[in-house]
Design a protein around this ligand. Structure first.
Ligand code: ADP
Ligand code: MG
Length: 227
């Protein structure tokens, strides 16, 4: 069974009396533990797809089945509950909370779960260890480099041990070296930890870290051959 099975996704936006057809029947199957790159021109709908896969938005038509659940049928609290248990998000701009330490940032998603303070700390420390930030847990975001901030954001995304990780241009704001570190961590999360990863990127070098690459263009998705 696929970890992610999206079928016939369509989405249109109305703008100034005109209809913008962003997605026009997109199908996507991702196997468990697979690391998939989603590329395509700016404005082609990459983030739109990612938001559908994470239940942050829903398509006009089509189904999105993640881990056996059709999330287009979930609403309100049950959707929020599903999201907090099942997916981790990583964004281009890291989105860490400036007044919290690295450890406190990583602990945040666990506040939605029935865990004691000590367990939360343990899980957060473990996640920070996986991304190589064990020695930075008391630093605030502005005391971290960009690469360290993004690694902290990855720790926050994995702290609840979700099956699926969705990353939207995770290396977009990083220098080449920090970007590679982030990509190597993502590759390890799929290869060693069995996470299913969908990463949006416009960088061919970043896409080359993935197992498969799909390109979105004119509302349609096609697999691109990988060397
Ligand atoms: P990408 O991530 O590939 O750059 P997006 O998925 O963010 O593209 O957006 C796809 C298209 O849909 C763009 O043309 C964008 O302007 C448009 N769009 C996205 N969200 C909205 C919205 N809420 N209202 C109107 N248009 C939108
Ligand atoms: Mg985008």
């Amino acid at each position: 069974m696929s970890a992610i099975s999206a079928k016939n996704l369509t989405k249109a936006y109305q703008r100034g009396g005109e209809t913008l057809q962003v997605l026009d029947g997109v199908d996507l199957e991702v196997a468990a533990g697979e690391f998939l790159a989603l590329t395509g021109p700016s404005g082609s709908g990459k983030s739109t797809i990612l938001n559908f896969l994470g239940g942050l938005d829903r398509p006009d038509e089509g189904s999105v089945i993640v881990g056996g659940t059709d999330i287009t049928r979930l609403k309100g609290a049950s959707l929020a509950d599903w999201r907090s248990r099942s997916v981790g998000f990583i964004f281009q701009a890291f989105n860490l909370i400036p007044v919290l330490t690295a450890l406190e940032n990583v602990e945040l998603p666990l506040l939605l779960q029935p865990l004691g303070r000590r367990e939360r700390r343990e899980h957060a420390r473990h996640a920070l260890d996986i991304v190589g930030l064990a020695d930075r847990i008391d630093h605030r975001p502005r005391q971290l480099s960009g690469g360290q901030e993004q690694r902290c954001a990855i720790a926050r995304a994995i702290v609840t041990d979700p099956d699926v990780i969705l990353a939207d241009e995770p290396t977009g704001d990083l220098d080449v070296k920090s970007g590679r570190q982030v990509l190597e961590i993502l590759k390890r999360l799929s290869g060693e930890h069995g996470k299913t990863i969908v990463m949006v990127t416009h960088d061919p070098e970043a896409a080359a870290f993935a197992d498969r690459e799909f390109r979105l263009e004119s509302g349609r998705l096609a697999e691109t051959s990988h060397p």
